[in-house]
Design a protein around this ligand. Sequence first.
Ligand SMILES: Nc1nc2c(ncn2[C@@H]2O[C@H](COP(=O)(O)OP(=O)(O)OP(=O)(O)O)[C@@H](O)[C@H]2O)c(=O)[nH]1
Ligand SMILES: [Mg+2]
Length: 300
Amino acid sequence: MAYGQVVIGPPGSGKTTYCDGMSQFLKLIGRKVAVINLDPANDALPYECAVNIEDLIKLSDVMAEHSLGPNGGLVYCMDYLEKNIDWLQSKLEPLVKDHYLLFDFPGQVELFFLHSNAKKVIMKLIKKLDLRLTAVHLVDAHLCSDPGKYVSALLLSLSTMLHLELPHINVLSKIDLIESYGKLAFNLDFYTDVQDLSFLHYHLDQDPRSSKYRKLTKELCEVIEDYSLVNFTTLDIQDKESVGNLVKLIDKSNGYIFAGIEGSAVEFSKIAAGPLDWDYYRYPFLMGASLDVCLLFLSF
Ligand SMILES: Nc1nc2c(ncn2[C@@H]2O[C@H](COP(=O)(O)OP(=O)(O)OP(=O)(O)O)[C@@H](O)[C@H]2O)c(=O)[nH]1
Ligand SMILES: [Mg+2]
């Protein structure tokens, strides 16, 4: 059994930078990490990747051969990957024994809430290799600065959660830049907790573009609230405390914290309900240290 993350989100939301930063962080806390690039449009990779889809198929070749644009080309590449899942499986087999996996996916969002090929790739890997994966869905925090864009980020997050059916964490990325977008209409908690979207209506009405779709937006907000599934955590990939907090959430969601624990159902539920300060106890030199102390040791 191996654990890992499926890193997804719109173009430019920070997926590749995240895989780089997250792999560095996890290595520092003692995990063996393999980053798998499944985005054939990723040209300059900042991390050393263990598996690269480019070795199977190149986006430029697909576009030239089939007269496709980049979007159609990416859908083709995902289809091709699904048909050739044995290639990926054989590359991953030696890694799953002792590595934590980070999958860097393309930023074409319809692959994750509409088409079935990327989902099939993930599900086949989970089944064949006995993986425990969490979807980490990155959304640029910039979208909070515009109520209409924020509603579309909520809808995208919800439809991706429902489509992928994985343990799922939505992340507002690049949170370090949030102040540079001007004063937000609400406190950041409003955007992360997704508690009462009716407060957005007034601000949506101020924008002539969104006031035109007032009724539609209201109905969509109600759908989001009725499901009551979406919330966000925040991330500044350069801030080790921010990354550390996210790692704890992810490890709880995919069950990493339970790995190797042999105990009763009561022990499991104690851990599940307990505070999130468990991770670093695995590493003897950090035994008993608080997260702050751990992070001090693990300079990023
Ligand atoms: N300030 C800041 N910039 C970030 C952060 N994360 C990513 N970036 C920047 O955002 C830009 C896009 O990052 P990428 O990692 O290439 O985004 P991506 O989601 O992989 O993009 P695509 O693969 O094209 O979909 C880069 O210039 C990064 O340096 C962050 O936490 N803070
Ligand atoms: Mg990328």
